[in-house]
Design a protein around this ligand. Structure first.
Ligand code: GLN
Length: 461
């Protein structure tokens, strides 16, 4: 199996650009060792997997899509990587991504673009666009991505895959290169709902090495995905979020996307679900809140890249002092979007503006969580079991069309940000095509009810 995927990578990845690092010899050696151990064939043993390059892997180059980490090989495995190793999977390689996961198109990688296999002139989504392109094109059976504001769900939607952002704290962040620590979460990207559930089960669960890890058992996911495939949704209440593409909120949404989503909702109804419209007014503010909170945390997290501790060091020739070396390294090591976020975040956190920007954004974040609680926990039987929406307002857009317009790029995250800010689980499942390109349907559930996402997604599959 590993051979087959490596062959496919060798023949197609020159065009796609989905991988940053592949070591065929190491992968084959590992596959042979799993074969020899007799484990292959049980569980996930012997199945290859691709990891987004934001996940640190012992002895295997890890760049987070940034020049500043060029040449760095981490001394340890992220918990996600360690658990996949323990499950006897085979690491195929590390996938391309927007630098430090900042972006929605994978065009912000320091190592070149990745193309969407559905249309090579379009973006594969981001920031986990290497993972989405690799899986969609059959260069990996499945992959791990990370999602801070949509980076698993959005690329999955734009390449016709299933992608799930787990409940915040239910998959370990230990060894994920931090972008925005209160939002970052790793999760599965796969071709089927059941595959995604199986991969999620392999990586999830409590980890003492992550201080925000939830000490609760993971819900049974694969079983739920199997059950959902029966297509019986009697007793389930589905809330369609008005603010995400509903009446009066269709600006920026493509009609083809809204049509496919409406069909998916009708399908849920035909399977016995009760459907009602739900209003979540604070969702309208998710975009500005996220683009203050995430850069603020990033400005703090990225201070560790100082030219001393990791990777690149520029100008250390004995003629410059430490501050100059640090400035030169960061000047040359970070790309434009990363610099934009550091400046924005530093500004939002500065003492004179803290309350006006960061503090305000945190209040909006609380309002968004309250909207979710009101929808899920409304009394008198008025609560819904899941909330649904498009995953993205548009299908995959052409390469180059938004790189010079950050706000247009940020708008790609309109639908995915609320679940990120509230820490609740959300899945994207394919719901048909518009203009020949995949459309994603998003299902959001209360914290720790990831199983509900899988069940409903499986019913639609
Ligand atoms: N596109 C969003 C951003 O640029 C989300 C990225 C992510 O989820 N990592 O911040």
């Amino acid at each position: 199996v590993t051979h087959a995927y490596l062959d496919r990578i060798a023949s197609d990845d020159g065009t796609l650009g989905s991988y940053l690092h592949v070591d065929p010899e190491a992968a084959l050696e590992r596959a042979a060792a799993v074969d020899a151990s007799g484990a292959a064939g049980s569980g996930l043993a012997g199945i290859p997997v691709a990891l987004k390059d934001v996940i640190v892997t012992e002895g295997v180059p890890t760049t987070s899509g940034s020049k500043i980490l060029e040449g760095w090989a981490p001394p340890y495995d992220a918990t996600v990587a360690a658990r996949l190793k323990a499950a006897d999977t085979v690491l195929l390689g590390k996938t391309n991504m927007d630098e430090f996961a900042m972006g929605s198109s994978t065009e912000n990688s320091a190592y070149g673009i990745t193309r969407n296999p559905w249309d090579l002139e379009r973006i594969p989504g981001g920031s986990s666009g290497g993972s989405s392109a690799a899986v969609a094109a059959g260069l990996a059976p499945w992959a791990i991505g990370t999602d801070t504001g949509g980076s698993i769900r959005q690329p999955a939607a734009l390449t016709g895959l299933v992608g799930h952002k787990p409940t915040y704290g239910s998959v370990s962040r230990y060894g994920l290169i931090a972008f925005s620590s209160s939002l970052d979460q790793a999760g599965p990207m796969a071709r089927t709902v059941l595959d995604a559930a199986l991969l999620h089960e392999a990586i999830g669960g409590h980890d003492p090495l992550d201080s925000t890890s939830i000490d609760a058992p993971l819900p049974v996911l694969a079983e739920c995905a199997r059950r959902g495939a029966d297509g019986d949704l009697a007793g389930l209440t589905v809330g369609v979020v008005r603010e995400l593409g509903g009446q009066g909120h269709t600006d920026g949404y493509e009609p083809g996307v809204l049509a496919r989503v409406a069909e998916a909702v009708a399908l849920l109804e035909s399977m016995g679900a009760e459907v009602r419209e739900v209003s979540c007014p604070a969702f309208d503010l998710a975009l500005p809140a996220y683009y203050l909170i995430a850069p603020s945390e990033a400005s703090s997290n990225l201070s560790r890249f100082d030219g001393v501790r990791y990777g690149l060091r520029v100008g250390d020739d004995g003629t410059r002092d430490l501050d100059e070396v640090m400035a030169l390294t960061r000047e040359q090591g970070f790309g434009p979007e990363v610099k934009r976020r550091i400046i924005l975040g530093t500004y939002a956190l500065s003492s004179g503006y803290y309350e006006a920007y960061y503090g305000q954004a945190q209040k909006v974040r609380t309002l968004i969580s309250r909207d979710f609680s009101a929808a899920f926990d409304a009394g008198d039987g008025a609560g819904v079991d899941v909330l649904v929406s498009p995953t993205t307002p548009t299908v995959a857009f052409p390469l180059g069309s938004r790189v010079d317009d950050p706000v247009a790029m940020y708008a790609a995250d309109l639908c995915t940000l609320p679940a990120s800010l509230a820490g609740v689980p959300a899945i994207s499942v394919p719901c048909g095509l518009s203009d020949g390109l995949p459309v994603g349907f998003q299902i959001m559930a209360p914290a720790l009810a990831d199983d509900r996402c899988y069940q409903v997604a499986a019913a639609l599959e």
